[in-house]
Design a protein around this ligand. Structure first.
Ligand code: FES
Ligand SMILES: [Fe+2]
Length: 314
């Protein structure tokens, strides 16, 4: 793999797919955290993730594998692996199952229209839960609009954008640098940022606030407020495929009263914005020891905060 100076894979919850794309009995090949995995939905409707390669002769469980009840069946000789434990539950042609016939079962949860997997470099169990966004399923909010993009950049460099107010002027052509304040919650694990700006919208000019709540380097919410009675919200999950490749998924919704005007504009602007960043991300290296100037205080804070999500290097 090309060395762009990227750090390892941070610990946390990361989306590995959209709920709508995984029907009962579906089996998908996925790759995250530099691991090949199989994602499937059991007959009872639960999403499961196992390591991809069968301990028998090494077939990829997603390449022709089938859901059998709560298990996935290997395409090569039919061994069945339980989605919850990863243990081999059945060998169709042999009564005794070897103790080593098991694959790694990943912790999975499903909410906010996405399926999440917990990654921890030392194999530790989840220490927090994915926050549920109350806007989804609320009758006052519009059906969700989804957006997904894969970017050849380390996840931390993508997340860093959030606390980089200066780049909004240079990359996103905003007039001036927005005032941004930050605060921390949950023992410093959750980072909240709010930026203030005056925005011209189709329904007038308003003093707007852009609130971002960030749960680890992978999960976040973005809320725009300032237009009376209008709500704009999105939940995002950014997931590392490997050290240089990241996929970001966004689920956007607005209050129904504004979906035709402000909502459409906001959704378009926010999804277009990511393409402005693309040329920078695709071509940059990761600077573990950046040269900062005095006015880069927020970037310094971000780097300090980000450190807690990495396991010590072995
Ligand atoms: S390789 Fe999976 S059952 Fe043989
Ligand atoms: Fe950006």
């Amino acid at each position: 793999m090309e060395d762009r100076g990227s750090p390892g894979i941070p610990n946390g919850w990361y989306a590995v797919g959209w709920s709508k794309d995984l029907g009962v009995g579906d089996v998908q090949r996925i790759r995250y955290f530099e691991n090949d995995m199989v994602l499937f939905r059991t007959r009872s409707g639960v999403a499961r993730v196992l390591d991809a390669y069968c301990p028998h002769l090494g077939a990829h469980l997603a390449e022709g594998g089938r859901v059998q009840g709560e298990s996935v069946r290997c395409p090569f000789h039919g061994w069945e692996y339980d989605g919850k434990s990863g243990e081999c539950a059945k060998i169709p042609y042999c009564a005794r199952i070897p103790a080593k016939a098991r694959v790694r079962a990943w912790d999975v949860c499903e909410l906010n229209h996405m399926i999440f997997v917990w990654h921890h470099a030392e194999g530790k169990a989840p220490s927090w839960e994915v926050p549920a966004a109350t806007q989804y399923g609320d009758a006052d909010w519009s059906p969700v609009r989804t957006f997904e993009i894969e970017v050849p950049v380390h996840i931390q460099d993508m997340a860093e954008n959030n606390l980089d107010p200066v780049h909004f002027e240079y990359v996103h052509k905003m007039s001036g640098t927005p005032d941004t304040e930050i605060s921390f919650e949950k023992d410093g694990r959750v980072l909240n940022a709010v930026s203030y700006s005056t925005q011209e919208t189709p329904v007038g000019t308003f003093d707007m606030q852009l609130l971002r709540e960030t749960w680890g380097l992978g999960l976040g919410t973005v809320e725009s407020s300032g237009i009376p009675g209008v709500g704009l919200f999105m939940f995002t999950s950014t997931s590392p495929i490997d050290r240089n490749t990241t996929v970001s998924r966004w689920a956007l919704t607005t209050t129904n009263n504004s979906v035709d005007i402000a909502g459409e504009e906001w959704m378009d602007n926010i999804t277009k914005g990511v393409y402005d960043d693309m040329r920078i991300w695709t071509n940059k290296v990761h600077r573990a020891e950046p040269v900062f100037c005095e006015a880069d205080a927020l970037l310094v804070e971000f780097r300090k905060w980000a450190k807690q999500f990495y396991s010590p290097v072995a």
